[in-house]
Design a protein around this ligand. Structure first.
Ligand SMILES: NC(=O)c1ccc[n+]([C@@H]2O[C@H](COP(=O)([O-])OP(=O)(O)OC[C@H]3O[C@@H](n4cnc5c(N)ncnc54)[C@H](OP(=O)(O)O)[C@@H]3O)[C@@H](O)[C@H]2O)c1
Length: 255
């Protein structure tokens, strides 16, 4: 679909070792990009690298595992990517963490974990990527969630942090538009990845039939939207939150 669309483009993707991020890594590489992807754990990054080399040993790709909230680690990473490939065209802030804990049982540490990764990680990576993206007239794509649009019945830090991702996307798009950098986000509905496999059973049981298109999303559905927003076809699009959700709306859900 995006054959050669990203030839010579340099793409950095967080949360690229599994799920939606891994589908995006595969998609951008197939479209001709050079990709640096990030994971939480060294082993998952290595496993993803091995899988990519199986697909095509000539792919230009490498992986790192950094703390996405660490200012110096982010600075060092972008320096390393520019030293290797000369520039950065696309940053995809995709790493994220869910939480379904009921409010009275929610510990401060769980709040901090989820909000830090989803919100501060997105801010930190964007802050240090912007100088590079201004040079290439590049773009940022954030992974939000429909939870950030509609809220959720449990798990406060997740919808709160994803709503913040949407607000950061719109604000950053506004402030960077005249510098030539586009910023958009995607709000996936329910996508069949490890993150969903770990939801409580009651949540999973109610999902399939409540989606108007009668199926969960696949990681590739979201990766395709990322590639569209990163492509020249989206050159006049900035500040949007694109819902990719099979028509999901919370009032389709039983209480
Ligand atoms: N799946 C859904 O239904 C759904 C719906 C709406 C939005 N989303 C959003 O889509 C994004 C990707 O979700 P997914 O379902 O593909 O997730 P996933 O399959 O659980 O993969 C999560 C990715 O994020 C990385 N990651 C997790 N915690 C991290 C941390 N503390 N620091 C750095 N990296 C970390 C993981 O690295 P390791 O492999 O090393 O653990 C992995 O690459 C998230 O932002 C999520 O909130 C997902």
């Amino acid at each position: 679909m995006f054959e050669n669309a990203f030839k010579d483009k340099v793409v950095v993707i967080s949360g690229g070792s599994r799920g939606i991020g891994f589908a995006a890594v595969k998609g951008f590489l197939a479209g001709g990009a050079k990709v640096c992807f990030l994971s939480h754990y060294e082993e998952t990054g290595a496993a993803a690298m091995a899988a990519l080399k199986e697909i095509n040993p000539d792919y230009e790709v490498f992986t790192r595992h950094i703390d996405l909230c660490d200012f110096k680690a982010a600075q060092d990473l972008f320096k390393e990517v520019e030293a290797k490939w000369g520039k950065i065209d696309v940053l995809i802030n995709n790493a994220g963490k869910d939480s379904s804990t009921w409010i009275t049982k929610l510990k401060q540490s769980e709040w901090d974990d989820v909000v830090n990764l989803n919100m501060k990680g997105t801010f930190n990576m964007s802050k240090y990527a912007v100088p590079y993206l201004q040079k290439t007239k590049g773009c940022i794509i954030n992974t939000a969630s429909v939870a950030g649009v509609y809220g959720t019945p449990t798990g406060l830090p997740y919808p709160a942090s994803k709503a913040a991702v949407i607000a950061m996307t719109k604000s950053l798009a506004y402030s960077l538009a005249d510098r030539g950098v586009r910023v958009n986000c995607i709000a996936p509905g329910v996508v069949e990845t490890d993150l969903v496999k770990n939801l409580p059973k009651f949540a999973k049981d109610s999902i399939g039939d409540t989606i108007p298109m009668k199926r969960m999303g696949q990681p590739e559905d979201i990766a395709n939207a990322m590639m569209f927003l990163a492509s020249d076809a989206a050159s006049y699009i900035t500040g949007v939150c694109l819902q990719v959700d099979g028509g999901y709306r919370p009032n389709n859900q039983p209480k």
